[in-house]
Design a protein around this ligand. Structure first.
Ligand code: PEP
Length: 256
């Protein structure tokens, strides 16, 4: 079922000690907010952060990527078993930085999606268009290609373990967020596409987050959109006060 979620992607930031401090501050700030909060530390900080938060914490822990195999000769990679062992409950897959900087394609992302599901990890699956694609009227085509390929072979029952994050690439880390109406239009499209792929009602039941320069100053107007269930936040998740403030505003706007 749909949830209001605030997710923080720390990317390649925070050494262990700073990560622990950020996680503690975040937990303290959101503890009374009736929303779901997930943080995604770098691999080295997952276990220390999970340890300090504890398994009952309001703040859940996830990883930013994974390999699809359990183990083997894959130098530099990390497996779903290792992530679970470290305390991760979620994994981000298909982030545009993985797609564009590290060349991950939809076939690889689809393997990762199926592996994460089979290992009991919940997924935040990112999709989104480049500026040029938007300007050429290709946004829906890009989103469709990504979702259809990334979710190939996924069963309808598995959708409850998948959160979609719409992240227009031109809005990530740029300070230029999508306009609420632009984001809403794509969120609506994502839901209709999920209905088409998995049957009526599938899309309206899924949690769809917006990501791309979410800050305390723009979350209110974004969260007012009926198809936006929360945010995947990069830069602002590193500033405890900002992240918590986003959570407060989200809670208020969603009437929780
Ligand atoms: C992200 O990394 O997913 C993201 C949305 O980053 P930022 O909030 O910094 O744009």
């Amino acid at each position: 079922m749909r949830k209001v979620i605030l997710a923080g992607n720390w990317k390649m930031h925070e050494l262990i000690e700073d990560g622990i401090a950020l996680a503690k501050c975040t937990e303290q700030g959101v503890k009374d907010l009736p929303i779901n909060v997930i943080v995604f530390p770098p691999f080295t900080a997952i276990h220390p952060v999970f340890n300090v938060l504890g398994s009952d914490s309001k703040v859940r822990v996830g990883a930013q990527n994974m390999h699809y195999e359990e183990k083997g000769a894959f130098t530099g990679e990390i497996s779903p078993l290792m992530l679970k062992d470290a305390g991760a409950e979620y994994v981000i897959l298909g982030h545009s930085e993985r797609r564009n900087i590290f060349g991950e394609n939809d076939e690889l992302i689809n393997r990762k999606v199926k592996s994460a599901l089979s290992h009991g990890l919940k997924i935040v699956l990112c999709v989104g268009e480049k500026l040029e694609e938007r300007e050429n009227g290709k946004t829906e085509e890009v989103i469709k290609n990504e979702l259809v390929s990334d979710l190939k072979g996924v069963a309808k029952e598995d959708l409850e373990n998948i959160i979609i994050a719409y992240e227009p690439i031109w809005a990530i880390g740029t300070g230029v967020s999508a306009k609420p109406e632009q984001a809403e239009e794509v969120h609506k499209y994502i839901r209709s596409l999920l209905d088409e792929m998995f049957g009526a009602g599938s899309g309206s039941n899924m949690t769809v987050l917006y990501g791309g320069s979410v800050k305390p100053k723009n979350i209110e107007s974004l969260a007012k959109m009926p198809d936006i269930d929360g945010g995947l936040v990069g830069g602002a998740s590193l500033k405890c006060e900002d992240f918590v403030e986003i959570g407060r505003i989200l809670t208020k706007v969603k009437g929780l």
